[in-house]
Write a new protein. Sequence first.
Length: 278
Amino acid sequence: MGFINLSFLTKYNITKNFFPNKEMPIHKYIILINVLVFLIPLIMNTILYLLNIKTLSFFNFFDLHPQINYLLKNIWTIITYAFIHNDIYHIFWNMFILYFASEYFLNFFDEKKYIKTYFYGILFGGLFFVLSYNLFPVFKNDFTTLIGSSAAVYSVLIFICSYFPNNKVNLILFNIELKYIGVIYILLSLVQIPVENPGGNIAHLGGALWGYLYAMSVYNNSFNIDLKEIINKLKFNNLNKSENQKMIDAILDKISESGYESLTKKEKELLFKSKDQL
């Protein structure tokens, strides 16, 4: 999927130029940046307070406003809003979930896919927020701004929940399949829109949508490559044809004529079981 090219983030190793530990994985850099951006203004305002100088509001420079005219004049806020957090609880829970979701993600995928998942999640969350506040009458004359990395966190989380729906993770007292975690998080954000923080919950859904779409894109691409490898191996198998082999040939012919989706569930299972016998 196209959109904006973020490959420069990995191509030029931007994060590695800023920090000496070259072995640190990308998600830890992102968490570190979020923590520093949270702490530095607090420290600066503490110093200003002690010197009896008026403190500054850093949110005004980086938070995302719903007004389209304002956004066009401050276009950087479509990204920077995700690095601003309201309080210690806000940043703690975002970074807590991000850490474990990212650890799982990076066990299977490279940093390039991670960066695309994270930053496009920010973009989708921000765009969902802006569009919703301009489309739905309930938000008329509501000038709430958006901050926080939740949209990006949802993007990473829903990516792994969509790509590995049946994988189980341990939640201390019990095991649960990832698909149920994804559904719970999405439902919580959906039902909380009329209750509290509607802008934030809408942004969650935007990030989740990107995570799902990108996961399906990556999955389908990997699946197509894997399917081609299976077909090629089967076609060039020189063993004597058994009854099972004849069935495989018939399935391959069916794929050639009508495509993979024309196969029955039993035919799909037989095709992939045959991979282990090659």
